[in-house]
Design a protein around this ligand. Structure first.
Ligand code: KMT
Ligand code: NI
Length: 174
C-alpha cells in the first residue's frame, strides 16, 4: 500500500497520477480508513469480517478477458460514489487504485496490491480503477445487502444521513 495526493492531471485514469507528495498512514486513519497487510491469509480476512459482522462477500476478477464490458465497467467504478455501509476490499492478485476524498475534498490515491486489505467507512466519497496492467482480483466484503449499492455523488448524497454521520467523525480530527 502506498498513498499520495492525486495529481489531477489529464490522462488515463489507470496511470499512477502520482503528484510526488505522499500521504502518511496517520492521515488515512484520520479519514477513517484502516489498512492491513495479509498476504495469502484468508483466515485473517474471514476473522476480521466476522468480528465486524459482515454477512456477504464476493470475488471479482477485473480484466478484459474475465469481465464482460471491461472498459465500461472500469469507467463506472471510477464514478465518485459512497456506500451507506463500511466496505472491505482484499486484493487477491494484481493491483489497483482507490481514490478517496480528503477533508478538503481533494483526491488521495491509495495504491493496493496483492495481500492488501482496506476498510473504508460508510459515507466516504471514493472511486476505483485498475492500473495499466488491467488486472485486479479482489474480495469484496459487505455487511448488509441493499446498503452495498454505490450512490453516485450529487446533491442527494451530500445530505445523506450516512454522509452526515461520516462528516461528524472528521470534526476536530487532524
Ligand atoms: C468500489 O466500491 O468502488 C468497488 O467495489 C470497486 C471494485 S472492487 C476492487
Ligand atoms: Ni465503492
Amino acid at each position: 500500500m502506498k498513498a499520495y495526493w492525486f495529481d489531477n492531471l489529464p490522462g488515463d485514469q489507470r496511470l499512477p497520477h502520482d503528484s510526488g507528495r505522499t500521504v502518511d498512514p496517520a492521515y488515512l486513519s484520520s479519514l477513517g480508513i484502516l489498512h492491513y497487510e495479509l498476504p495469502d491469509d484468508l483466515d485473517a480476512v474471514n476473522r476480521i469480517a466476522k468480528e465486524r459482522n459482515y454477512k456477504n462477500q464476493d470475488q471479482i476478477e477485473i480484466s478484459p478477458s474475465t469481465l464482460p464490458s471491461y472498459e465500461e465497467k472500469v469507467k463506472n467504478f471510477f464514478h465518485e460514489h459512497l456506500h451507506e455501509d463500511e466496505e472491505i476490499r482484499y486484493i487477491l492478485d494484481g493491483g489497483g487504485y482507490f481514490d478517496v476524498r480528503s477533508k478538503e475534498d481533494d483526491w488521495v490515491r491509495i495504491r493496493l496490491e496483492k495481500g492488501d486489505l482496506m476498510i473504508m467507512p460508510a459515507g466516504i466519497y471514493h472511486r476505483f480503477t485498475t492500473d495499466d496492467q488491467n488486472y485486479t482480483k479482489a474480495m469484496r466484503l459487505f455487511k448488509e445487502d441493499p446498503k452495498w449499492t454505490p450512490l453516485q455523488r450529487g446533491s442527494e448524497t451530500d445530505v445523506n444521513p450516512f454522509r452526515k454521520d461520516y462528516l461528524k467523525t472528521l470534526d476536530g480530527a487532524l
